[in-house]
Design a protein around this ligand. Structure first.
Ligand code: G6P
Length: 364
């Protein structure tokens, strides 16, 4: 087992560190496959677009909903797989469902798929396991190439799903003419750098996270707040912290915090902000949210792009570099995964086998 961990103490850490490589492998795999074009055609000819998954895979679906609106000017309705009935009721032959599941076996996602299929909807699977049930029952499958993921908490499969879904949104956008061929080419070339963005933010955050963990490990709660594309990333960051450290972490769109969550904030309550592009639109707004929390004595932490370094009222800043909206997930998520991992280790919890959780849930 130790050999399989490649010298790392846990699979979770090994899998976080593998992200630069598997992102590149997924990228080259996507470029040489026909499935992206096939899937984009299915979406282009559908009137209603839905995307579903459970846990981390659902969060990848939320990221897709953002990019498909941004680049292809289409609306995709994301829903949590176990809540499928209200959506499958309105599905028809003009619908397409994207079913995201790294294992390809999650029962909730499979049931959603079957319900949509029985209504005549077309199904696109996004999976990491060749020939698993969800791809087998779908019309086409986009495979991620993350390699086997052993840690119960999904890490490398998430960012490879995001890469696959972003490429799908861009392929659709050229198909629909909402971006030019030149813009498409530029965006695809940029995605080749996803792995490098992950590697750089891992390097930039390791030392500072060690110090941060000493403070956060003694806390019972934290908020993770963001805006725009950062919101689904905040959901994923909070899920990671909960899953492996058992510290209660809750994510909200930052603008929503004043509508309830802020009631809990008192002296030294940790609030992590994810600072994402476009900074000209989001930075000032996030500054307002930081000040709201600081005024109540919160311990404020920002994991963000370089421009967020100028925010006031911030106790700890983790600079992930400068990125646009396309590359930001790969720079923001690895430090969040590492934070969750390091909290688990500091609290003597096994990050590879968190209590009460299973890698693949095949019973309802
Ligand atoms: C389980 C795992 C999660 C995962 C979810 C969906 O709950 O513990 O980490 O995100 O299933 O799994 P899937 O294989 O469908 O992506």
């Amino acid at each position: 087992e130790d050999a399989e961990k490649g010298g790392y103490p846990h699979y979770m850490l090994k899998e976080i560190m593998e992200q630069p490589r598997v992102l590149y492998e997924t990228y080259t795999g996507l470029l040489s496959s026909k499935e992206l074009a096939e899937a984009a055609k299915l979406i282009a000819s559908a009137r209603k677009v839905f995307i579903t998954g459970a846990g981390t895979s659902y969060h990848a679906g939320l990221v897709f909903a953002y990019y498909i609106a941004r680049y292809a000017k289409r609306v995709a309705t994301p829903f949590i797989a176990s809540e499928y009935t209200v959506y499958s009721d309105v599905a028809d032959e003009d619908s397409v469902l994207i079913a995201v599941s790294q294992s390809g076996e999650t029962i909730d996602t499979l049931q959603a798929l079957r319900a949509f299929k029985s209504k005549g909807a077309k199904i696109i699977a996004v999976s990491n396991v060749l020939g698993s049930t969800i791809p087998r029952e779908s019309h086409t499958t986009i495979y991620t190439r993350a390699g086997p993921e052993i840690g119960v908490a999904a890490t490398k499969t998430f960012l490879t799903q995001v890469l696959a879904l972003t490429s799908l949104a861009l392929t659709l956008a050229t198909e629909e003419g909402t971006i030019t061929t030149t813009e498409y080419k530029k965006a695809i070339e940029e995605l080749a750098l996803a792995g490098r963005a992950a590697a750089r933010s891992i390097d930039a955050s390791l030392r500072i996270l060690d110090k941060l963990v000493l403070v956060l490990k003694n806390k019972g709660n934290m908020y993770i707040l963001s805006r725009g594309i950062g919101v689904p990333l905040a959901y994923e960051a909070a899920l990671k912290v909960k899953e492996v450290s058992y510290i209660h972490a809750e994510a909200y769109p930052a603008g929503e915090s004043k509508h309830g969550p802020i009631a809990l904030v008192e002296r030294d309550f940790p609030v992590i902000f994810l600072g994402v592009p476009p900074e000209d639109v989001l930075l000032e707004k996030l500054q307002g949210n930081v000040m709201e929390m600081k005024a109540r004595g919160a311990h404020t932490i920002v994991i963000g792009t370089t421009p967020y370094g100028k925010l006031e009222g911030v106790d700890v800043f983790i600079d992930v570099g400068s990125y646009d909206e396309l590359l930001i997930p790969y720079a923001i998520i690895p430090p969040a995964q590492l934070l969750a991992y390091k909290l688990a280790v500091a609290l003597n919890r096994d990050p590879d086998k968190p209590r009460n959780l299973a890698k693949t849930v095949t019973v309802e």
